[in-house]
Design a protein around this ligand. Structure first.
Ligand code: AMP
Length: 185
């Protein structure tokens, strides 16, 4: 079964939730650039101060900053035998940079497909439950636009490596579909 997985899908598709379940099952590290950047903001590092307003606006952090962060993370020993990337790459330029960093960087790309009305509902719910500053209504629309223009082209970029998974339904249902798909990938 593939051990180098990329989880792709619009914001609110359930990537973070599914990533944790997949990583616990396959025993690979969960590498989430969104989590890493939120940690940097919360602890007030130089990086955190640089990216805070960009994230709050729903825009993408520069490729250069994110690629450097991922380069360092992938050099850690726990990433040697595999990983799950969640939220990276987010642009074709990042995907090309990843290919330069690691040979055969991605085995399977899991694309979580969710209807756009459901995505907006989920994000609005998360805004009230978790208080994420980028889940406010005006930012949600911007993040979806950024996904369509910057990240969706990765589906073509990865071509045959993409495993399309229906992201509608319960967490368990979606997780079962992902594991079934990965087993046959
Ligand atoms: P996420 O938790 O993956 O939805 O990411 C939250 C925010 O962090 C995004 O809206 C971006 O501002 C920033 N971010 C996360 N990953 C990346 C990335 N690979 N490239 C650029 N910005 C990112």
């Amino acid at each position: 079964m593939a051990r180098r997985i990329l989880l792709l899908g619009p914001p609110g598709a359930g990537k973070g939730t599914q990533a944790i379940l997949i990583c616990n099952t396959l025993h690979v590290p969960h590498i989430s650039t969104g989590d890493m950047l939120r940690d940097a903001v919360a602890s007030g590092t130089d990086l955190g101060q640089q990216v805070e307003s960009v994230m709050a606006a729903g825009e993408l952090v520069s490729d250069q900053l994110v690629v450097a962060m991922v380069d360092e993370r992938l050099s850690a020993s726990d990433a040697r035998c595999g990983y799950l990337l969640d939220g990276f790459p987010r642009t074709v330029a990042q995907a090309e940079a990843l290919n330069d960093l690691v040979v055969n960087a991605i085995g399977t790309v899991v694309l979580l497909e969710v209807e756009s009305d459901e995505v907006v509902d989920r994000m609005a719910r998360r805004a009230s439950e978790e208080g994420r500053s980028d889940d406010k209504e005006e930012t949600i629309r911007r993040r979806l636009d950024v996904y369509e223009s910057e990240t969706a082209p990765l589906v073509d970029f990865y071509g045959d490596a993409v495993l399309r998974v229906d992201g509608m339904g319960t967490v368990d249902e979606v997780f079962s579909r992902i594991m079934l798909g990965l087993a046959h990938a």
